[in-house]
Design a protein around this ligand. Structure first.
Ligand code: UD1
Length: 423
């Protein structure tokens, strides 16, 4: 077994380089099936979610190689779309459901076990199914396997009832090779949706409007290989920005697109933290002592990301006064609060709202990563707590943060990965 051991109290100083975006890399790897030729994808983060997506592609017959750090080459020519992607693969990776859209569009058929992923409430896929059906596919779920079929797909108008990143991506993927024009309305606008559209267009697709709430896709008959570089990870960057704000110090978070970080930057400034934007960096300067309380509400992009909610709530635990956090995307994303309470945090949760009254300091305790971002929150809590914090269940953190120990140690944190015997 492995855990992180963190001795809190160090200020952070220096530069952290941000890796490629997990939430862009996963759909882009799934979309590489469209080309008849190899695609070279750069700035790929080395994280377990990406390794699982590569494993799934190999399982269905693609050749996937990693010739150097941060680069993969996918040759999809050997794919057999009749192979069912089983539960033991999809349970660990929610993004496996993007293969429903891409295999359907390219080969007219896909069978993927219902996806798992982090649990923060019911995670339906009704809008994905609605999109496939609108394009003329038939969808049935048998024995927890989603089967989609549609030899001939036709462009259509798809109105998503909720703003869903996953459903927007699957609708885009399914429409790429459908005949005629597809219009997706009420689309999500996250940076990774724009990145996917850019990747698809580099392969010869015709996708317009990504980043707005109306995406128009004109189906194409053939696509080709390309070389593409993934955008920097907005949430990884945001996590280190908040870590620096909470621990105090002077940190340059480098290789980012500052525009993607604006909602996080604004909230840090509300707390009285200094954020200086560069061309490809943001610099965080913080005393680390009791920033101001503030109000945070999660919402789809360009709002405050739900994936930053646990980390930001951890900063608010040591702010001056009472802060409010409203979770407006998921109905059960405060599970990690119990762990922070073990460290002395004063948090009351009522439905979708957490009231956080700042305490003088958090105190070290053994805590669990309940999911990926909750795990990141535990790391931040450990960095600011008095004493030695053990973070267990770190497999969740490894799903989404490349070289976390190296990056944090590089700016002065006392954090290590320790292997231990369960007995
Ligand atoms: C969401 C986040 C994304 C984050 C991810 C993991 C938003 C808009 N999306 O993406 O930034 O990386 O969680 O934390 O903030 N829904 C349906 N039916 C569907 C699909 C979704 O009702 O078919 C609902 C969900 O229950 C949820 C909301 O739509 O309340 C957003 O879901 P969605 O964007 O699909 O989730 P993810 O793609 O996982």
């Amino acid at each position: 077994m492995e855990r992180f051991v963190i001795r809190g109290g160090n200020k952070l100083n220096g530069t952290i380089n941000i890796s490629g975006a997990k939430n862009a890399a996963l759909p882009i790897i799934a979309a590489s099936v469209f080309s008849g030729e190899p695609c070279r994808i750069e700035n790929i983060p080395e994280i377990s979610d990406v390794r699982m997506m590569m494993k799934i592609l190999r399982f269905i017959g693609a050749k996937v190689e990693a010739p150097e750090k941060g680069v993969i080459v996918v040759d999809p020519s050997g794919i057999n779309p009749e192979i069912t992607i089983p539960d033991e693969m999809t349970r660990k990776l929610r993004a496996s459901y993007y293969l429903l859209g891409s295999l359907l569009s390219k080969y007219g058929t896909a069978s993927v076990a219902l996806p798992g992923g982090c649990y923060f409430g019911v995670r339906p896929i009704d809008q994905h199914i609605k999109a496939f059906e609108a394009l003329g596919a038939s969808v049935n779920t048998d024995n927890a396997i989603v089967n989609v079929k549609g030899e001939e797909l036709y462009g259509s108008s798809i109105y998503l009832d909720v703003v869903s990143v996953g459903a927007t991506i699957n609708a885009m993927l399914a429409a790429v090779m459908a005949k005629g024009l597809t219009v997706i309305e009420n689309a999500a606008r996250e940076p990774h949706i724009v990145d996917l559209a850019n990747f698809l267009n580099s392969m010869g697709a015709d996708v317009r409007g990504a980043g707005t709430e109306v995406i128009k896709i004109r189906g194409v008959e053939n696509m080709h290989g390309c070389t593409y570089s993934i955008i920097p990870d907005q949430i990884e960057a945001g996590t280190y920005m908040v870590a620096a704000a909470a621990a105090g110090g002077d940190v340059i978070v480098n290789n980012v697109i500052p525009k993607h970080l604006e909602s996080i930057t604004n909230k840090l400034e509300d707390c009285g933290i200094t954020v200086i934007e560069g061309d490809e960096s943001v610099r965080i300067i913080s005393e680390g002592k009791h920033p101001k309380a503030c109000r945070v509400k999660t919402s789809p992009h360009p709002g405050f990301p739900t994936d930053m909610q646990p980390q930001f709530a951890t900063l608010l635990c040591i702010c001056n006064g009472t802060s409010t956090v409203v979770e407006d995307v998921w109905d059960n994303r405060f599970k990690y609060v119990d762990q922070l309470r073990r460290m002395g945090a004063n948090i009351m949760v009522n439905g979708d709202t957490a009231l956080i009254t700042g305490v003088d300091a958090l105190k070290a305790a053994p805590v669990e990563a309940d999911d990926l971002r909750a795990g990141a929150a535990m790391v931040i809590a450990g960095l600011i707590a008095q004493g030695e914090t053990y973070v267990e269940n770190i497999k969740y953190i490894d799903r989404g943060y490349e070289d976390l120990i190296e990056k944090l140690s590089g700016v002065g944190a006392d954090i290590k990965r320790v292997t231990y015997d369960e007995d």
